[in-house]
Design a protein around this ligand. Structure first.
Ligand SMILES: [Zn+2]
Length: 257
């Protein structure tokens, strides 16, 4: 990303093993701008790189997961802070993205100041899962509310599909939604833990790690929260995109596996 002026956004192999044009032909076909360097597809806003990919039309329902994937791929290439040369995957030999490279890149940027950082990158958790939880803590998941905020979908579609009461926010999906919270509580009751209802994923993580669990099983307890968050997200996606229903029991049973 240091070469924002030189790298061709659609045609060069700068994020994935192939070009964005090849990886995301559908998005490419509806993009307004078909050529240009990386710098032409975004700008810095208050120290953050913001992508700006204009589309010729609104997305069809079935294109949204594709679009989300595209955005995630792009966002992986962006650092938290303005630091133009630190965003490439130079840590990996072929320049290919791997979560571990992502960890060390972000780690080198002073984000360590936030104590939640140490929790998210818990040593026994696969980097892929940690990266996901990190995005959840920072509300960077493609849930409806976040997509509305970014103007990707329109306002009237941001309600949570399951309860139809609240906007589909990251914290709602992963912990506050009643069904999901029941699954959390069930998990905790197995451990004889009484969790206070958290405000958000970050707080849940903090409370989780603060629990006094016997040392022998503490590792399992701590890994559990990552597995649980991951599973809830999988259920949410299956439910949203494939029409599966889900319940607290299903989440719980899946987590036991
Ligand atoms: Zn809901």
């Amino acid at each position: 990303m240091g070469n924002r002026n030189k790298i061709d956004f659609w045609s060069d192999f700068w994020i994935e093993k192939t070009s964005l044009k090849i990886s995301f032909p559908r998005i490419y076909s509806i993009a307004v701008k078909k050529c240009g360097k990386i710098k032409d597809f975004g700008c810095w806003i208050q120290g953050r790189w913001a992508w700006r990919i204009d589309l010729r039309r609104r997305l069809f329902e079935w294109e949204i997961p594709l679009w989300n994937e595209f955005r995630l791929v792009l966002n992986r290439a962006v650092s938290v802070h303005q630091c133009p040369d630190s965003v490439i995957w130079s840590g990996t030999q072929d320049g290919q993205y791997i979560p571990k490279a992502f960890c060390s890149i972000v780690a080198s940027q002073g984000t360590l100041a936030d104590p939640v950082w140490g929790l998210v990158w818990y040593k026994f958790v696969p980097p892929k899962v940690s990266a996901f939880v990190w995005r959840a803590v920072h509300l960077r998941l493609p849930v409806m509310l976040e997509l509305v905020k970014r103007g990707i979908i329109c306002n009237d579609r941001c309600l949570c599909l399951f309860c139809n009461l609240e906007p589909e926010a990251v914290n709602h999906v992963l912990c506050l939604y009643a069904v999901v919270w029941r699954a959390w509580q069930r998990w905790c009751s197995v451990w004889n833990v009484n969790l206070v209802f958290p405000m958000n994923v970050k707080q849940l993580l903090e409370v989780w790690f603060a629990q006094k669990i016997r040392q022998r099983v503490r590792g399992i307890w701590r890994i559990g929260i990552f597995g649980f968050i991951w599973i809830i997200w999988i259920h949410r996606n299956k439910s949203r995109f494939k029409g599966y229903s889900y319940s607290a029991d299903q989440i719980f049973n899946h987590a036991l596996l």
